[in-house]
Design a protein around this ligand. Sequence first.
Ligand SMILES: O=C[C@H](O)[C@H](O)[C@H](O)COP(=O)(O)O
Length: 236
Amino acid sequence: MTAATDPVKLMKQQVGKAAADLVKSGSIVGLGTGSTTAYAIQYIGERLKSGELKDIVGVPTSFQAEVLAKEYGIPLTTLDAINHIDIAIDGADEVDPQKNLIKGGGAAHTREKVVDYLADQFIVVVDAGKLVDRLGSVFAVPVEVIPMAVTPVMRAVTQLGGKPELRMGVKKAGPVITDQGNMVIDVKFDSIDDPVNLEKTLNNIPGVLENGIFVNCADLVLIGEVKDGQPVVREM
Ligand SMILES: O=C[C@H](O)[C@H](O)[C@H](O)COP(=O)(O)O
C-alpha cells in the first residue's frame, strides 16, 4: 500500500488497514463506500493477493465499491446467493457517543444500510474529525427520494423543522443520481435530539426510499488519529 502524506488521508489509510486486518479467511465481507473504506478494500485485496487471506467473498454497497473490489481482486457475490454476512466495513460522516451514525455523503446509504444491518459484525472506520456529541451537529441527513416525489418530500421535511437542499452533481449538470436512479435531498436539522424517531419519521414520508441515520447498528468504531505526527488507531 502506498503511504499517504496528507494527515487526513493518513488517518483514513491507517484505520482502513486496521479494519481490513480484522477480516478472517472464509468470510463473507460487506464492502462499504467512501474514501476511508476504499483503503480497507485495497488492503483486503492485498492480503488476498499475498495469500495471508483465503476464500473471501465481498458484497459491495455501491458501484464504487464494486469497481474497487474488482480492481483489487476481491470476488463478489449478491444477497440472493448468501444467507448471512460475517463482517461489514464502512465509513461514516458523523458518529455520536452511542455509535449512532449519519451516512450517505457519497449517496450510497440505502445499499449500505441493507448490507451493514445484515452483518454479524459491523465495523465503522472514521478519522477523528467525524466524531460529534450530537448527530446533525455538522452534517445534513441524506434522504434518497424517488424523482417524482422530490417537491412534496422537500415540503414535508421543512414541516419537520429541516432545511432541505437537493444534492447537485459535481462536474455533472443537474442533481446527483444514486445507484438506484433516485435523487438525494440533504436535510439540515438544527439539532437531532431523537435519532431513533427521526430515522423512522423520515422513512415514513411517501416517496422516501431511505435516509442516512443508522441507529443501533455499529458494533465497533475504529478511529484514525495523528498523534505526535504518528498515525494511531483507537476503538471508541
Ligand atoms: O454514501 C457514502 C457513505 O455513507 C460513506 O461511507 C460516508 O459518506 C463516509 O465517506 P468517507 O469515508 O469518504 O468520508
